[in-house]
Design a protein around this ligand. Sequence first.
Ligand code: AHR
Length: 866
Amino acid sequence: MRKEFPVLLIILLSLFVSKAQNACANEPDSVYLFAYATDKNYNHNGLHFAWSQNRVDWHTIGPEHSFLKNDYGRWGSEKRMLTPFLYRSVDGMWHCVWSLNERDGAFGHSSSPDLIRWGRQSYPPVMNDGNCLSPLITYDDSSGYYTIAWLSEPEGEKRVFSTTTRDFKAYGPTTGSAALPGLRDSAVIAGKSETGTLHRVAWKSVKELITTQQLASYKASLYGETTQSDPERFASLKTVDVLIRADGTRSKEISDLLLGIFYEDINYAADGGLYAELIQNRGFEYSLSDKLGSDKSWNSRKAWRVTNADSFSIDTVAPVHPNNKHYAVMQVDTKGVSLINEGFNGIPVTAGEKYNFSVFARTPESDKGSLIIRLTDKEGNIIGEAQTKKLGSNWKKQEVVLVASKTVTDARLLIEPQLRGRVDLDMISLFPKKTFRGRRNGLRADLAQTLADMKPRFMRFPGGCVAHGDGLENIYHWKNTIGPLEARKPQRNIWGYHQSFGLGYFEYFQFCEDIGAEPIPVIAAGVPCQNSGHHGCALGGQQGGIPMSEMDQYVQDVLDLIEYANGDEKTVWGRKRAEAGHPEPFNLKYIGVGNEDLITDIFEERFTMIYNAVKERYPDITVIGTVGPFFEGTDYVEGWKLADKLNIPIVDEHYYNPPGWYIHNQDFYDKYDRTKSKVYLGEFAAHLPDRASNIETALAEALHLCNVERNGDIVLMTSYAPLLAKEGYTQWNPDLIYFNHNEVKPTVGYYVQQLFGQNSGDEYIYSGIALSSERDDVAKRIAKSIVRDSNTGDVIVKLVNLLPVAVNATIDLSGIGLTERNATKTVLTGSPDDRSAKPVTEEVVMGEKCELPPYSFSVLRIKQSR
Ligand code: AHR
């Protein structure tokens, strides 16, 4: 493991161990160990252990404590562990195999030297047309082969099958077998009969298991601390005095990219969100499969209706573009028939504003009439109208501008053909003229401005899980998202809706340039999301891995992306960028490969191919690797090992932890080895059990960012996740910014991010802190960071007070030679459950005293003229 436990935990642990060692005299040399899983929590609790001296009285090692969890399939419905079978091989290694669910033809495998540290998981696909139940392991000494046997019911009848392996990596063919050996035992544990495997092990090993479980439980109680218990915890606490003294002799250079944004199309962040298109399902490409068939109304007609039901159908015979197969066909027999779009639950328009309407249309009819385009309010009153030119018999783009006469959030768009007979329509679009920076096909101005106001130094896109997708078929391919809108290839969004890709790679690069943020595209590492469904590898789901025969093309696509961003106009892909209106390169410097993937052999093989190819062809591009979804565990450990092995310059860490974790892990990055890979903290947030975003979570995040700033020599970038969420359309909470049709609602956490973004520095100034209280829990709830911004010379002091009492801070900056003392002081404060507090800024003349209100984040920016 790369990390050590915090000092306090080590002391507790060693006390426990030495106490246990003192008691050795009357302890057994060995005991029985029972390995099993229970059906609690829908089999999600993983591998458990119990020990016994006599095989009758069993002692659980933390009831329901998971020593190994199954990582197979989707979060929530999958990741269950059924019928684990534990086996110790001749070399002393423990192997565990288990059934993944009742359905799939694969089993899970992981191994461990000590039952505590478990290695990479694999899910070998052993049955083409059957499930894989109750797997077990036997070993043949003479051949050195392990046999894995299991029950399956390919034709309704349970039969035994088996395969062999030497190394649990390569497996022989599956064959039918005789009866399954009876190698499982049962034991009555906590009054319930459980099935599992029985082992004789050294008592020392069991003690280590007990210590591990107790430490985990102790840590969970620390991390579970919330402000709810502050009234008792700090009942006797009075105002705390602190002295912070800047050390004029010690400073270090830190990253000037520390705060950025993580953009993912989750919670309707793109279509219906940041992407300013007002028409929902403009290309008639919504499909039942977007929602895996769960919503029958989610089809090509979604959001559309017609005033006469018979006159509207969907066709695919001769589309505008093969990537965009579906189009609407209106059969107009009566005058006044209109096709109506409701937008994303209503179309917001503002009186006096202009809206660009466009449509691809054709009609085989001879009179070749035009289309009247109307905006109406809820009552049907016309609040904007325009007429297109006459249609022809071939697809042609028609464009008109509408001016809204009324402000409403729930307008409808109507298209009324001025002809009788058939009219084909596709890519029906309505854009506000006022987009962010006036870009055509641009972004919603208020939302984009809210992002720009954070002063993000980089933007990561397009995800998150969207980047690697739900199974191989759903991987995000950047080439599908560029070029003319009608030629882009929409697809299902892993979060259960539709991606039009109107907001695609060109628009992402353009937006980054517009807000002065480094673009950081993240591409799949040749494997889909670690939470993909589609039943495992055989069917291209989780750990399916792009077939090796297709990997060369995939690697080429990655290289082409760099050429698209940076190549000159003479290059194939640079020319496409120029054709899109941007002849100058976008100056891409970073590329993320992978997103918190399961680190497996399948991943490593593909990641390494991509990494080596980019390094060789574009040595100036910095590749960002990935180390799993948590701050610890197998993917974290294995990801870091791979980073060490390949010398990956930066790795992407993700964690969503409770506020208590941030309070009790303030030295998390202080322990990082400075000679190894740098870190991009690509996804993080403080999560309370009710997933609120309030002052408590915001201050925990501020506290963490103060600690990150101190480690800005190793942590180069951070981004809160997720960024955007449309009210009523969320798949994930909390998010940084909520919005609806016409309002943007930044959370209190947003203001923390914004204050860090607007007050970043590139030099960290060390400082000491002395408190009037000797309590450790008090000290842990105060954080400070002092940085200097070399662009302005300004010195910025950030102070977090997560206590229910005020902190009287004395800030001694005499050591760093300030020339002026005029400052702005910004304070964000409220009760812990406050969700609507806003920062308040005032101009002050810096004295030494500064009061930090209870539960507050204060930023002092001391302006220095140069
Ligand atoms: O931020 C939301 C999701 O959390 C991301 O898509 C994924 O990478 C992570 O699990």
